[in-house]
Design a protein. Structure first.
Length: 291
């Protein structure tokens, strides 16, 4: 069962004060950012600070992720080397426009793992698909490396690359969200939703997270700690969902014992795929402490 990534909180990689508070939060993953959150003249210092943080700070069971600079930039290669040496769990690869970029990241990680004595394959990758080119190539990108553990949609650069416009109902994201979701699921990877940029708008955040969960996403990247609780709630099965899932599993298992291949719950047809979905809901609920 994959680890929970309901809420993946971005933090500037060079701000240790923010990290202390984030480690006390309910965020499932912490993403130390040395790309957009850091000015060009501070990127080397931020890289060194992030490596030190990974090597010395106890993350209390939270996933330790880092968004490096793109591999086509002057910083990307050295960022990747440093964070793997530091012991990162998950590398967020921005501008994942092709499977070639993911393969390049895999090659670098493999070499550093061997050289530094880390278990080969222990460093995971989350491509950030965030441009028109990235959306066009996502069906290949998701198969670019066995290290890929999750695939995320990035809306900011996507809107920039398409010259689109933001709307309150986010219908401009339906197509790219769907492409990333289907690509991730086709490859057996976890789909992660984009950040919601209007920090005070909690209703908008709820609606955005809910849209993603309805599509099939399992979590969301966030940029402010006030978003953690709401996003966790959206991506945690509710009491009603848990109750229904339990009844589906029980009914289907009873049906199997009686030699039947299908049954009904609340008047709805229940087959093996519905039972599998129900078991998945219960697994998520257990991990989230809701069961």
């Amino acid at each position: 069962m994959p680890r929970l990534r309901r809420s993946m909180l971005f933090l500037p990689g060079n701000n240790s004060r923010f990290l202390v508070r984030a480690l006390e939060s309910e965020a499932d993953s912490i993403i130390l950012d040395i790309e957009d959150a850091v000015a060009p003249q501070e990127k080397v210092n931020a890289r060194n600070a992030v490596k030190e943080t990974l090597s010395t700070i106890n993350f209390n069971g939270k996933e330790r992720a880092v968004r490096i600079n793109g591999l086509t930039t002057q910083w990307g290669h050295d960022d990747l080397v440093a964070v793997v040496e530091g012991g990162v769990d998950l590398v967020v690869v921005p501008k994942a426009d092709s499977d070639e970029i993911v393969r390049d990241a895999d090659d670098i990680i493999t070499e550093v793992e061997r050289r530094s004595g880390r278990a080969e394959g222990s460093t995971r990758i989350m491509p950030l698909v965030e441009t028109a080119l990235g959306i066009t190539n996502v069906d290949r990108t998701v198969f670019g490396s066995p290290r890929i553990d999750a695939v995320a949609f990035g809306s900011g650069d996507y809107v920039h690359s398409t010259r689109g416009q933001y709307t309150t109902d986010e219908w401009e994201f339906l197509y790219p969200r769907s492409r990333v979701l289907v690509g991730a699921r086709a490859a057996g990877k976890m789909p992660i939703g984009t950040v919601f940029q209007n920090v005070p708008d909690m209703e908008g955040l709820y609606n955005a997270a809910r849209r993603e969960r309805v599509l099939g996403y399992e979590g969301k990247m966030i940029i402010h700690p006030t978003h953690i609780s709401l996003v966790n709630d959206v991506f945690t099965p509710s009491a009603e969902e848990i109750d229904y899932a339990r009844r589906v599993v029980e009914a289907y298992e009873e049906s199997e014992r009686e030699g039947r291949g299908a049954t009904t719950v609340d008047g709805k047809l229940i087959e093996h795929l519905h039972a599998d979905d129900a078991r998945y809901v219960l697994d998520i609920a257990r991990q989230a402490g809701a069961l």
